[in-house]
Ligand binder design. Sequence first.
Ligand code: ZN
Ligand code: ZN
Length: 68
Amino acid sequence: MKSCKMEGCDKPVAGRGLCHMHYKRWARHGDPEVTMVKKECKEEGCERRHFCKGYCEPHYRRMRKRKA
Ligand SMILES: [Zn+2]
Ligand SMILES: [Zn+2]
């Protein structure tokens, strides 16, 4: 029996080469890896919860103010 094509996942395939969990994730979000995205701010040393574009709320606002 084939197993899920996602790395580190050896559950049996349900559809599109993905196991049931990854297939549902793909169907819902269009990306089977979506929940592997870090849900924390990507600013170094910041552990606040993710708000938008990979940043927490204060860091996101700060980033938006900055005009590259
Ligand atoms: Zn899987
Ligand atoms: Zn932050």
